[in-house]
Design a protein around this ligand. Structure first.
Ligand SMILES: Nc1ncnc2c1ncn2[C@@H]1O[C@@H]2COP(=O)(O)O[C@H]3[C@@H](O)[C@H](n4cnc5c(N)ncnc54)O[C@@H]3COP(=O)(O)O[C@H]2[C@H]1O
Ligand SMILES: Nc1ncnc2c1ncn2[C@@H]1O[C@@H]2COP(=O)(O)O[C@H]3[C@@H](O)[C@H](n4cnc5c(N)ncnc54)O[C@@H]3COP(=O)(O)O[C@H]2[C@H]1O
Lengths: 141, 141
């Protein structure tokens, strides 16, 4: 890819803007989070606090697993537990001044990377789909 | 990517072999499918028939949605319904003699592509992770 320098393209160029990113809040009950995930069709979305700061991600998998009791599936857990109880916090992110080179590194192990400003506010997400489209467009030039 | 010709690399080269691919059968109850998905941690896996032929894919999303009744979450649906009732059949696949160029096309809209032989038997899957690794390795040469 000698004519395609990922390190010169900012992640902000083709990211999905924050206003188009489905997300949930720390304090939402799991039942609300499951509704958001089911309605939007996404398997995982970012978790934000009331100031819009990135806190982690929550997945359908984590919510489903929270429903599994010792003997059977316990739906009540969805009303008792909150997003912050089952979210994943150790999630790699990228900064607004990072390049696609950094994003590619994150996207090898994660299906999306949250883009944060210097106050940790989420300004968008960069997805594997977008990265693959970028690479395909380059390939066909 | 002038020195990296995706059309010359066969999908079979870096696919995940069938024996390492988690899957379910057409006739399995949803409860079994949900267990497989939860244990393996995958959001979706291929559905095969008794001869190992590819039939479609089943996702955690589809199973969770099958649990949503009119008034509340109905866990009994998981025992009553089968994989074939909620699987997706209209899934693009690639053949053993296809190249990475074809796989890239499929992976833009799907997180994995099942690789089929000429009897429609699944011989492996090609994932977005693998494609991104290939592209990254090329990028760093
Ligand atoms: N409603 C829909 N319409 C069309 N295609 C859909 C779709 N939902 C999912 N897909 C397809 O399935 C892929 C995996 O989605 P998943 O929800 O597991 O994983 C998604 C999801 O966790 C997250 N994501 C994507 N867009 C989002 C958004 N607007 N808000 C919140 N999270 C988003 O980023 C991950 C990777 O997304 P990516 O686009 O690379 O890859 C997506 C996309 O190709
Ligand atoms: N147990 C695990 N260990 C480490 N990382 C994990 C993991 N489970 C998921 N991931 C990470 O999350 C991504 C999305 O997984 P998902 O299950 O939604 O989507 C997966 C899943 O639906 C399917 N898949 C991958 N490997 C599979 C396998 N061995 N058997 C069946 N399906 C598989 O292909 C999709 C794309 O996989 P990909 O590797 O590109 O991307 C994976 C991988 O980067």
């Amino acid at each position: 890819l000698s004519n395609f320098d990922l390190s010169t393209i900012p992640v902000t160029e083709n990211m999905i803007d924050a206003e188009k990113v489905a997300h949930v809040q720390l304090q939402n009950p799991l039942e609300h989070a499951l509704l958001v995930l089911t309605k939007t069709g996404y398997n995982a979305v970012p978790v934000l606090d009331l100031d819009g700061k990135f806190c982690g991600t929550i997945s359908k998998s984590a919510i489903v697993e929270a429903m599994f009791g010792l003997e059977q599936i316990e739906v009540d857990q969805l009303y008792d537990k909150k997003v912050e109880d089952v979210m994943e916090e150790d999630i790699p992110t990228v900064r607004i001044d990072d390049s696609l080179e950094k994003a590619l590194h994150v996207l090898i192990d994660h299906s999306f990377a949250c883009v944060l400003d210097h106050q940790d506010k989420m300004v968008g997400i960069y997805t594997r789909r977008e990265m693959l489209k970028q690479l395909r467009n380059e390939y066909y030039q």
